[in-house]
Write a protein that binds this ligand. Sequence first.
Ligand code: CO
Ligand code: CO
Length: 307
Amino acid sequence: MIVGIEGFEDAGVYRITDEIAIVQTVDFFTPVVDDPYWFGQIAAANALSDIYAMGAVPKTALNIVGFSPRLYDIAILKEILRGGIEKVAEARASLLGGHSVDDEEMKYGLCVTGIVHPDRILRNVGAVPGDVLIITKPLGTGILNTAIKGDMVNEESVKNLIRVMATLNDKPAQVMCSLRTHAATDVTGFGLVGHLSEMLGKQVGVELYIERLPYFEEVVTLSPSGFVPAGLFRNQDYYADRVLGEAEGFRKDILFDPQTSGGLIIALHPDDLTAFEREASRLGFPFWVIGRFKEEPKGKIEIAAAP
Ligand code: CO
Ligand code: CO
């Protein structure tokens, strides 16, 4: 065993040979959107993300399904599975099977196995002072998902949100693995500050360029209207002491907002930023430089102005 349940790593890692380690993760949740096909896509992209976050490549997947055929039309389940299967195929992994249980509360997700060279595993710890901090998806999915349930978001915004949540983290992972990346993880339930805190451990600190954080523009109006998920407050209670300096309004909310199928956060050697930029534009994915790791204060996220 190389990476086990200690720490807050994205997936477990087990060495098979000197060249191959398997990376395993499981993730499933209740519907985040009304459309079953897109729910399947998002749940699959979210589960696959932990494999990418470890610097690995997904190879096989198993469906995990909770569904009640007494309560819902079986056509709904077919659509969820179709979305998941297409996402697994896009990730060039093989779906080998799965398991379903009769469950009145619908759930879907995947158990995924990937492979990685044992020397090339990317953990969430290992960032070096001077590294730049990169994020690859905008923040605010928790706020938008809450507002959707309150019918406060128009169709165009919903479509854009779904598109972002269903996007695989494969391309950013491919680029980070080809460069001097020291640490990486994906942003999910604990929000940016939570996952960034795990990345810092007690080894390094980071200055966070609050004005550079990417977000869905809808959060600017939704957050002051109170459309924030309960998880945001839980994250804030738990991680607020990690943050030094002041953040206000929606910018404070997106720090703690729990993300569904969020982007990667990456600690990259500063001299490789130009190469990262070039590769990102070649492969066609967005990214934002949102901070820089520092020696001190260890374990803390300092709100700062961009240089
Ligand atoms: Co993760
Ligand atoms: Co996970």
